[in-house]
Design a protein around this ligand. Structure first.
Ligand SMILES: C[S@@+](CC[C@H](N)C(=O)[O-])C[C@H]1O[C@@H](n2cnc3c(N)ncnc32)[C@H](O)[C@@H]1O
Ligand code: SF4
Length: 428
């Protein structure tokens, strides 16, 4: 770590969250979420047919028996929550992984159970892997009420797909997107990764052109990060999260922005572009959410907590009790900092939105004006009638600053929880 970072990191953390010291998560049971208005829901499916070496997510190789045990346990976890969530409405359910459709009939059965126990859900979004989404699967998802899909294409170059050890080729991925578009969902997003080792600008430009020209509703692009605990990270022997070089990321992003805007897609988040009038595909950008499944996180009005990452330990804990590994209390100020993080990510920080979440007496200016006004002078934000918009340079630089924290918080939390099912403490 650069020595300067040791000094400025706690100062910035204090200015945003009200706390300079590291956050600490411990194995304490969080309160039940009784008083939430419209929380989002998240479901984690921790299985994949092939494990990609760069992947930081909690996933294990798919086995039928392990999936059957998981399927039963996740239904039991939903049952435990059901009495506490009674009467609440759920604007969205995000199903991530792993590869959620690795056993799609199992996923549909979990979805049916969830709707039976918790009532109907607004948008249902599912992450898809191109090799696990045949037409039967897509039709079944549509029938089960899934409205939004996100396909992990990652690259349209067979050379690069092979290099990062994806289990599909470019043709399979492109056909998968075409089939999803043909079957007709409210919104189809495609994920591409960029700044891959050895990737040229021309290769990236071909990726963006190919996918946008298919007519997708949303494009999300992620620079490839290496986490120390991933297989790539272990091979490289790194201790901190490694990012691709600035100039590479900035150059590739500039092309993506110009091309998407030229084709009528508008930037809707730091890494995403969306067709006007479409709903954005996004995971945990909500104020409050409840997560089911191993490693799922939850954010309520009183706690932030994560389930155990270990699939066997998760199955063993249920149905007796919630499989929470570690938690920390949240106060209003932390909730506000969390809100600010995601609003900057979505490029709009609006006073009316702040008040609708925190009450009519909450003031964006008096809470965060001291942080936001200097960013206007630096042209990273611009004033809007009702708050602030993030400028194009701001989308890069402010998010880069956010990454200094979020990637390392994630690295510490996920890195520790992957090592042991029930950690004694995690310092973020
Ligand atoms: C859970 S995966 C999507 C679904 C499916 N498992 C797949 O891989 O196609 C979520 C997305 O995270 C992104 N991603 C995965 N590992 C990454 C890394 N090391 N750096 C940046 N983005 C990454 C990829 O774009 C991927 O599509
Ligand atoms: S990138 Fe997707 S398919 Fe690959 S291991 Fe991670 S979750 Fe599984």
């Amino acid at each position: 770590m650069i020595p300067g970072k040791i000094i400025w990191k706690p100062i910035v953390q204090k200015a945003v969250t009200g706390r300079a010291r590291r956050f600490r998560m411990i194995p304490e049971k969080p309160q039940w979420p009784k008083h939430l208005t419209s929380p989002g829901l998240y479901l984690h499916v921790p299985f994949c047919k092939n494990l990609c070496p760069y992947c930081p997510y909690n996933r294990i190789e798919y086995e039928e028996c392990a999936f059957a045990a998981y399927q039963q346990a996740v239904k039991q976890e939903i049952d435990l929550y059901a009495p506490y969530l009674e009467g609440m409405s759920f604007p969205s359910l995000y199903i991530g992984g792993g590869t959620p459709t690795v056993n799609w009939s199992g996923l549909v059965s979990i979805l049916d159970h969830l709707k039976r126990r918790l009532g109907s859900v607004g948008n249902i979004c599912v992450e898809l892997h191109p090799a696990n989404m045949d037409d039967d699967c897509l039709m079944a998802l549509k029938e089960a009420g899934v409205t939004m899909l996100s396909v992990g294409v990652e690259s349209t170059s067979d050379k690069l797909l092979e290099q990062i050890k994806r289990s599909h080729d470019s043709r399979t991925a492109i056909h998968a997107v075409e089939r999803a578009l043909r079957i007709g969902f409210e919104s189809v997003n495609v994920d591409l990764m960029f700044a891959l080792p050895g990737q040229s600008s021309a290769e990236w430009q071909a990726d963006v052109r190919t996918i946008v020209d298919l007519g997708v509703d949303q494009l999300s692009t992620y620079p490839m990060f290496s986490f120390p605990y991933s297989d790539f990270g272990k091979t490289k022997g790194i201790r901190q999260v490694e990012r691709p070089a600035h100039h590479v990321v900035k150059g590739m992003l500039k092309f993506t922005d110009d091309y998407c805007e030229g084709r009528g897609l508008r930037r809707c988040a730091v890494w995403s572009w969306l067709k006007p009038g479409r709903n954005k595909f996004s995971s945990i950008t909500r104020h409050h959410y409840i997560g089911f499944g191993p490693s799922a996180a939850s954010m309520t009005d009183s706690d932030f907590y994560v389930n155990t990452f270990d699939v066997d330990a998760y199955v063993c804990k249920l149905p007796a009790e919630r499989p929470v590994a570690v938690s920390m209390p949240v106060n209003r100020r932390i909730e506000m900092a969390y809100w600010l993080y995601w609003r900057v990510y979505e490029l709009k920080v609006l006073a009316s939105d702040f008040q609708s979440v925190f009450g009519a007496d909450a003031s964006l200016e008096s809470t965060f004006g001291h942080l936001l006004r200097p960013l206007v002078l630096m042209r990273l934000l611009e004033r809007a009638t009702d708050g602030y918009h993030v400028t194009t340079p701001g989308a890069y630089w402010i998010h880069r600053l956010q990454n200094e924290y979020s990637l390392n918080y994630i690295n510490r939390l996920w890195g520790t929880c992957r090592k042991t099912a029930w950690p004694l403490k995690v310092s973020l």
